[in-house]
Design a protein around this ligand. Sequence first.
Ligand code: CO
Length: 217
Amino acid sequence: MESYKNLLHANKIWVDRHIKNDPSFFENLAKDHKPEFLWIGCSDSRVPAERITGTQPGELFVHRNIANMVVNTDVNMLSVLQFAVDFLKVNHIIVCGHYGCGGIQAAISHRRYGLLNKWLRNIKDVYRLHQAELENLSEHELTNRLAEFNVVEQVYNLAKTSIIQRAWHFEKRPLIHGWVYGLDTGLLKDIIMIGHETQLDPIYQFDFSDLKTGNPD
Ligand code: CO
């Protein structure tokens, strides 16, 4: 059987299994969309958000890109973020990186990757910020430590957006978590958590004193 047909076949088995347990499983799912979590993860196929967290359809709102980046000019990511925060009212955002990340390996390799160079530049900037702690490490250690620093920086990149700061100011949510997943262990490592009491460098702080509500601009 052609490999793609396996996917369609597996889908039918998956549907049958759910309907057997709960005949209205899909009807109920279709009625509402109220995920509690926004997941920003790497596109790597070995880090499937729902599988590794034991979550079901309806629980995670998901955005994935190469090396789980939060780039402040990425309209795709910002649209996902704004919808999740302002309309779905998520209570938690999880930025999940992983050890052995190909995007991070590519960023430190000096090799040219065409268009991808522009995306990887954002990771090189994270390296530069933490260079003192990274430059004497072996390549393996460097990749993994940079995966951790990268998650921390992307968590703070979320906090630098007016979307997050407005929600923190008016609704004291969401909490933002940074996790790193071990491909060879299956385990998630909790690296950082920040929330509305976080003090950002003043240059990044927006003034909300002219707003009466947290409604989107
Ligand atoms: Co990756």
